[in-house]
Ligand binder design. Structure first.
Ligand code: HEC
Length: 210
């Protein structure tokens, strides 16, 4: 019985905490709207989607619980990415907030329309070397069966996953020492797509769109 009573008390205090948070949020919102974050750099977007999203992917709780904001998240963030500036942590924090509040990817502009081929040099900025992973926005694709052919400079170990704006996975392939891999899925014209690629030490030479 005590095991039942304790959570009930905890629940009651959580309700009060939630009420406090809503009040704080109501105060914080006009200030946030008047002081928008500058658009995040590619490096930060890639870091968020190759490191933070491993645990925070698809969290749609509507709000953050670190009420004191980016400062409270600082030591948590540094555990995963090492020493980081206030500005950098604030940018990552804003991304997580965007994901939680909108239940969608933080917007990221693709290299250029996804047709033909994207080459190694233009793909390089979208790699997080530390994580052995890429995050590559593909943008909108023509509706219908689409195929991406990935070419690596060596054996790639990990996986290639594609999701849409709402973070719904549309394709998921394992990479087991592959040097090339085709990833296919049925695209709709009403959403944008994102490639999450774990390839270890392997470097992307090219992505060809079909
Ligand atoms: C190994 C898993 C893991 C990784 C990687 C990770 N986090 Fe977290 N994070 C958590 C957990 C667990 C919590 C506490 C529960 C929650 O709020 O989801 C948390 C909480 C947070 C919070 C407070 C959440 C809130 O609702 O107030 C922020 C902000 C945050 N993380 C940002 C980041 C950022 C930015 C990164 C990337 C640098 C990151 N985290 C990487 C596991 C992780």
């Amino acid at each position: 019985m005590t095991t039942f009573a304790a959570p009930a008390r905890a629940y009651k205090s959580m309700t009060w905490v939630a009420a406090d948070c809503l009040a704080a949020l109501a105060l914080a919102l006009p200030a946030a709207a008047a002081d928008p974050q500058p658009p995040a750099s590619i490096e930060t977007i890639v870091q968020f989607n190759t490191v933070c999203s491993n645990c925070h992917e698809g969290q749609c709780s509507g709000r953050l619980s670190f009420d004191s904001g980016a400062a409270a998240a600082h030591s948590h963030v540094e555990r995963y990415i090492g020493k980081a500036s206030e500005v950098h942590v604030a940018a990552l924090f804003a991304m997580l907030r965007h994901v939680k509040e909108t239940c969608a990817h933080y917007p990221a502009v693709p290299i250029r329309p996804a047709t033909g081929a994207w080459e190694a040099a233009e793909l390089a900025p979208w790699r997080n070397a530390q994580a052995g992973a890429y995050f590559i926005p593909l943008g909108r694709l023509a509706a219908g069966r689409r195929q991406l052919r990935l070419e690596f400079d060596g054996a790639a170990e990990g996986g290639a996953r594609i999701d849409d704006e709402r973070m719904e996975t549309v394709a998921d392939e394992r990479l087991c020492g592959d040097t090339t891999k085709a990833v296919a899925f049925d695209a709709t014209a009403t959403t944008s797509y994102f490639l999450h690629l774990k390839a270890g030490a392997a470097i992307l030479r090219r992505i060809t769109f079909r």
